[in-house]
Write a protein that binds this ligand. Structure first.
Ligand SMILES: Cc1cc2nc3c(=O)[nH]c(=O)nc-3n(C[C@H](O)[C@H](O)[C@H](O)COP(=O)(O)OP(=O)(O)OC[C@H]3O[C@@H](n4cnc5c(N)ncnc54)[C@H](O)[C@@H]3O)c2cc1C
Length: 428
């Protein structure tokens, strides 16, 4: 089954279409070459160009083609798939606290950036509701709230089922958690604002110029593209879920995971206000994960998820998303869907984001579907690392970046994982 008559393009592109940049001529030499023009690449580029470095950003498609113009726009402070307790068990108390504090710092940094740079992108710190899919999930969330409050100063509180309608006009959940500091943004307008500032800072953005190879050439790197080769003093890779074979070591470590979204037709603002009183992002505790919010104009519901964990025709994945939307909000049973789209997330085998340098090539990614604030934050850290600025240090530094035997960037195992997740969610 497929959704009929939908536009197969991100809803966000209506207001912020992909920019058609003039064809950039490639310099022979540059201080820093950046691969990928999403938030990671642009945030690194802005940091470096503002500090006087010559910078080129290579993008295989149009600028911002990847997840950075397609995402749900949920700005979250916990980009770790592991809960706090597990993080403590794996890394010890101090490092776990540092990791979680860095999550909060990433949202604070993004808020500051948007306000300092006056980027018009509907950024609001409206909080986030995490709906408990099962009664015992509520208890797990409550236990974590206690720990987060005590050890990290996180502003979070529980919302019992009896008070749930203040957060969401649905009875689907057994209460949930409210993350006070989180927010929402128009992701493509944010990307556009970032891109304009990068260009104004003097960086070159070479769209439709895929990097095919990066190799050492004495003290510099040779960065190859079908349009020519550039010699760069430093190289940064920010390709996350779109990582290909240009740097095979990274291709073996990032797992591309498909996520899809739909947008409803315009609805009465009173109805949207009843269903999502704060317009904020809602996520749930299911393993297959759904996320949804109101559009910035308060007229539509935007629903996302990753039921299949892989790329799927967007109008096919949209059928599952629509079914789930009606389960949450039965009022929307007759509502038409106008847009269906998708993109790729970057997952990792240890369920944590990564930042590091390997053979002189800097990289960051693996945001596990929560990368809006984290990619901007780690992009800046990458820029600072290249500058040798001690502020480039991160609690994520210095860890092994695991892969799996025989894995070469094609995640054959995702179909089985998705089936297992669906079965676990169905058990309740
Ligand atoms: C449908 C969807 C919903 C999401 N919702 C949320 C959300 O609500 N909240 C949240 O926090 N996160 C969300 N995310 C995740 C978030 O969007 C990403 O973590 C973040 O945008 C990653 O930014 P990035 O710059 O690292 O990668 P991307 O924005 O994906 O950019 C990578 C770029 O690299 C380019 N590239 C790849 N290879 C090459 C090459 N060889 N040469 C040149 N260019 C290359 C690609 O074309 C791409 O444009 C969502 C993602 C998707 C897909």
């Amino acid at each position: 089954m497929r959704l009929e008559g939908v536009k197969l393009e991100p809803y966000w592109w209506e207001e912020a279409p992909r920019p058609q940049l003039p064809v950039a001529s490639l310099p022979k030499e540059i201080d820093v070459a950046i691969v990928g023009s999403g938030y990671t690449g642009l945030s690194a580029a802005l940091t470096l160009a503002r500090r006087g470095r010559s910078v080129i950003v290579f993008e295989a498609e149009d600028a911002g083609f990847g997840a950075s113009s397609r995402n749900g726009g949920g700005v979250g402070s916990a980009p770790y798939k592991l809960g706090f307790e597990k993080t403590v068990a794996l890394f010890g108390h101090d490092r776990a606290v540092a990791l979680w504090k860095e999550g909060v710092a990433s949202v604070d940094y993004m808020a500051d950036l948007v306000s300092r740079e006056q980027i018009a992108c509907h950024f609001v710190r409206s909080g986030r509701f995490v709906g408990a899919h099962r009664p015992r999930d509520y208890d797990t969330l409550a236990r974590e709230v206690e720990l987060l409050r005590r050890h990290t100063g996180y502003e979070v509180h529980m919302v019992p089922r009896s008070d749930q309608h203040a957060e969401i006009g649905s009875d689907l959940y057994y209460g949930g958690r409210f993350n006070v500091g989180d927010g929402v943004v128009h992701p493509a307008l944010f990307h556009q604002g970032l891109l304009e500032r990068v260009l104004n800072a003097g960086a070159i953005v070479a769209s439709r110029t895929p990097v095919t190879d990066v190799e050492r050439d004495g003290p510099v790197f040779r960065v190859s593209t079908p349009r020519g080769t550039v010699r760069a003093g430093d190289v940064i890779v920010g390709t996350n879920g779109y990582t290909g074979g240009a740097v095979p070591w990274l291709e073996r470590r990032f797992i591309p995971v498909g996520s899809q979204m739909i947008a409803t037709e315009p609805l009465a603002p009173e109805l949207v206000g009843k269903l999502l009183p704060r317009g904020n992002m809602v996520v749930d505790t299911k393993r297959t994960v759904h996320y949804y919010r109101a559009s910035p104009d308060g007229r539509r519901i935007l629903m996302g998820g990753r039921p299949l964990l892989r790329d799927a025709p967007w109008d096919v994945a949209g059928v599952e998303l629509r079914t789930f939307m009606v389960k949450v909000f039965p009022e929307l049973a007759g509502t038409r869907i106008t847009h269906a789209w998708g993109g790729r997330l970057g997952f990792t085998f240890d369920k944590l984001p990564h930042i590091g340098v390997r053979d002189g090539i800097h990289y960051a990614g693996g945001y596990l579907g929560s990368g809006v604030a984290m990619s901007v934050w780690l992009g800046r850290k990458l820029g600072l690392k290249v500058l040798g600025d001690p502020e480039g240090a991160s609690a994520l530094d210095g860890r092994e970046f695991p892969t799996m035997p025989f894995y070469r960037g094609k995640p054959w195992f995702l179909a089985a994982v998705a089936a297992y997740y669906r079965a676990r969610d169905a058990i309740g």
